[in-house]
Write a protein that binds this ligand. Structure first.
Ligand code: FAD
Length: 282
């Protein structure tokens, strides 16, 4: 069935090697031909990709006409540096920021001490972004299975509400595999007065074991059924690919059937699974 009102977006990270970059540039036309609403490029905490994130954005803008957003983490970066980064993007036509705290470096403790040169919470950062550029589009992170640093889901939803009240345009979720956790989260957010769209962020499984390690760091739950299905396919890449597509199509279709209007795909800079899934659900 055609879903004309359904939109989607793709996330990339700055490629680390020349060959990884070439692969991404060659995959981009196929991805952009699917007509995503926007694409985003991640940012390394503490300014690790201050150069490579904008370089990646520039290259994407050369190859496609799709609007691009920059992720930006405020931790370990002064307000002045953040403003200068954003002003530079703004002048080049990049009007969408995915505003994040960033993961805690080992030498810092959460919550952060007050310091007038640094933001303390993402909601402060969002508020400043809205003041600096009133028309800017701001996406923020959301955690249906709770952010690891939060004492409870309720406390985390309160933090999300502060980001939304400060002016976020949308929230994009951390990866999840159990849609019921997302539906529960959206209901709880609505009950706490959040009316900002909460876009599901879905991860194609290219490498099951690698994905489990990453999910463990984010404290995203990997259902036992996924272990049962993927473990026997460790040496069968074609079957694992087919399974990854089937599972993601099922997950995305269920979300769309339950009223979700936009899905954000964590592409991991690879076209294949994402392209197959988007073609299947359009
Ligand atoms: P926050 O909203 O800042 O929450 C972090 C913790 O602080 C939570 O426990 C929250 O409950 C608490 N908190 C927030 N505000 C308050 C408050 N006012 N009072 C008390 N507690 C509060 N990381 C990168 O380094 N680069 C990226 O490009 C990147 N992209 C991402 C994209 C998405 C869609 C998502 C979901 C995450 C991404 N991350 C990225 C990871 C993110 O930086 C980490 O999860 C980080 O630890 C949290 O950032 P945040 O702004 O989403 O969380």
């Amino acid at each position: 069935m055609s879903k004309p009102d359904f939109t989607f977006s793709f996330e990339f990270f700055p490629p680390k090697t020349k060959s990884a970059a070439e692969k991404l540039w060659s995959d981009l036309p196929e991805l952009s031909a699917l007509n995503p609403e926007f694409m985003t490029v991640t940012y390394g905490t503490g300014g690790a990709t201050t150069k490579t994130t904008p370089d990646t954005i520039n290259k994407i803008m050369e190859i496609t006409n799709v609007p691009v957003a920059s992720h930006l983490t405020f931790i370990d970066t002064t307000k002045e540096e953040l403003r200068s980064y954003i002003d530079d993007l703004w002048s080049r036509g990049i009007h969408h920021i995915v505003a994040l705290r960033g993961d805690m470096p080992v030498d810092l403790k959460w919550p952060l001490d007050e310091d007038k040169n640094y933001f303390q919470y993402t909601s402060d950062f969002v508020e400043a972004l809205r003041q600096w550029h009133p028309q800017i589009e701001i996406s923020v992170g959301a955690y249906p299975e709770k952010h690891p640093d939060a004492p409870s889901l309720e406390a985390d939803i309160k933090a999300l509400k502060m980001k939304c009240d400060a002016g976020a345009t949308r929230a994009i979720t951390q990866l999840f595999f159990n849609n019921d956790n997302y539906y529960h989260f959206v209901d709880e957010c609505a009950a706490m007065g959040i009316h900002t769209p909460i876009v599901p962020g879905l991860l194609p499984i290219h490498d099951f074991r690698g994905m489990c390690k990453f999910a463990g760091r984010c404290q995203a739950k990997v259902p036992v059924a996924l272990y049962d299905k993927f473990e026997p396919l460790a040496d069968k890449p074609e079957e694992a690919h087919k399974l990854a597509v089937e599972l993601l199509v099922t997950q995305a279709r269920d979300l769309i059937d339950n009223g979700v209007e936009h899905i954000h795909f964590y592409t991991l800079n690879k076209a294949d699974i994402t392209v197959d899934v988007v073609k299947a659900i359009l």
